[in-house]
Write a protein that binds this ligand. Sequence first.
Ligand SMILES: [Zn+2]
Length: 115
Amino acid sequence: MHEISLVKNIFGSLDTVYDQEQREKIETIHLTVGLLANVEPILMENAFEAVVATERQEYKDCQLLMQILPIKVYCSDCDSESEIENYKFVCTHCGKPNNNVIQGNELLISGVDIK
Ligand SMILES: [Zn+2]
C-alpha cells in the first residue's frame, strides 16, 4: 500500500514548513491528485487515518481533501488541448492517438487551512 508512504511524505513536507504548534492547528490539507498519479482516494484516506492514529496525533482533528484533476493532452497538429475520458488517449479535435500528457500526473499539496 504505497499510500502510507505518500501520506508520510506529505507530513514530512509539512514538517519543513510548520512547527509542532502550528501543525496542531491545521484543519484541512488540500491535495491535488491527477488521475494518472496512481492514487486511490479511498486508500489515501485510510492511510491518512492510520498514520495519524499511530504516529501523527497532532493531526487528529485534521481532514484530507482531495481534488481530482482529469487527464489532459496537447495536440500539436491542431494546437489544442483535450480532456481524456475513459483512458482513451486521443485528441478529441482531430481524433488522432495522443499521449502528450500535460495534466494528470500531479500529486501535490495545494494548500492548508489553519485555525
Ligand atoms: Zn488534434
